[in-house]
Design a protein around this ligand. Sequence first.
Ligand SMILES: NC(=O)c1ccc[n+]([C@@H]2O[C@H](COP(=O)([O-])OP(=O)(O)OC[C@H]3O[C@@H](n4cnc5c(N)ncnc54)[C@H](O)[C@@H]3O)[C@@H](O)[C@H]2O)c1
Ligand SMILES: CC(C)[C@H](C(=O)O)[C@@H](O)C(=O)O
Ligand SMILES: [Mg+2]
Length: 355
Amino acid sequence: MKLLVLPGDGIGPEIAAATVAVLNAANERFGLGLTLSSHEIGLAALRTQGTTLPDTVVAAAAAVDGVVLGPVSHYDYPPAAQGGINPSAFFRTRFALGANIRPARGRPGLSLLGDRLDLVIVREGTEGFYADRNMYAGAGEFMPDPDTALAVRKITAAACRRVAVAAFELARNRRRRVTAVHKANVLKLSDGLFLRVVREVAARYPDVTLNEVIVDAAAALLIRSPERFDVIVTTNMFGDILSDEASELSGGLGLGGSINVGDAMCVAQAQHGSAPDIAGQGIANPVSLILSAAMLLEWHGRATNDGRFVDAGRAIERAVDATLADPVGRTLDLGGAIGTAACGQLIARIIKETI
Ligand SMILES: NC(=O)c1ccc[n+]([C@@H]2O[C@H](COP(=O)([O-])OP(=O)(O)OC[C@H]3O[C@@H](n4cnc5c(N)ncnc54)[C@H](O)[C@@H]3O)[C@@H](O)[C@H]2O)c1
Ligand SMILES: CC(C)[C@H](C(=O)O)[C@@H](O)C(=O)O
Ligand SMILES: [Mg+2]
């Protein structure tokens, strides 16, 4: 399997190095034949190549079996005309990565919700208020005069169908419950279309129950009654916000794995951002990107029907659980003291040593 690693900005290079250590351990242990290549993106690439996402990187991504994308500081990027391309949005739209899959699970000692929290948010990745952010100047936003701003929200039946199918397929391997999270009481046409399509897809999955919850209530219920959620399917921005909430409820933003999935491509990406406030200190939690890489291996294993990759992905998840079970294995954000690299090495060692 060929993997492309794009470290990104802020804490990206630190957590990407820890993730590579874990991938190398999984490669050794499971004989995966992984080849890893790495390219500069983000602010480093802007300085040397005039763009945060060089064409060579896009070509390299199209030629591999999976991408590990570090977080980027795109809030600090210049406009697209001056080279500021948001890699997340670019990959999701260019490679039609319609489903952003974001699990959240309570672990003992880390989440007040304990095992009541065990859900997956399946977030539409290419549309909503975030549609075509790199494609047009203004990124779907317009200012007819300096005191008025308009934002266009794009919802299509095709994209809703794609993400709904991903959610129902996932639910079949879980507790068989899908909750559609929406705001159709206000966004009657756009979220109305989303709900219409989710219901159409639900009719093809009689073995899976569909519930519908309005997004603000969902934000509250995630805290009050997390056990009622199994798979959440939702539009882009609601999924962006709720996945940070769910990740924090699981113990911290640094814990949430995430993959962006299309028909033939998968991009692993931490749920959080580039955390510039702690960059360069060696204290960031690498678990989110490590779990994302584990999800990527499992996705590849399923897509190619190769059990070694599924086993390797699961072994990484178990090694993460074992590491986090002991406060010694926890980074600062989780109340521990271990550094980023040492945390990655601990997880790598468990993978190599566990029979
Ligand atoms: N996928 C992405 O690349 C992505 C996602 C979100 C935000 N961003 C970008 O990241 C930059 C910073 O955004 P932000 O500060 O709003 O969000 P953030 O997720 O980077 O950080 C929010 C808070 O969580 C902490 N945190 C995040 N990840 C952590 C980790 N792994 N270990 C320990 N602590 C962690 C940070 O220190 C910070 O206090 C912005 O430029 C934003 O646009 C990128
Ligand atoms: C920073 C932003 C571009 C990104 C997104 O939503 O696309 C992020 O918030 C995420 O959750 O992946
Ligand atoms: Mg986000």
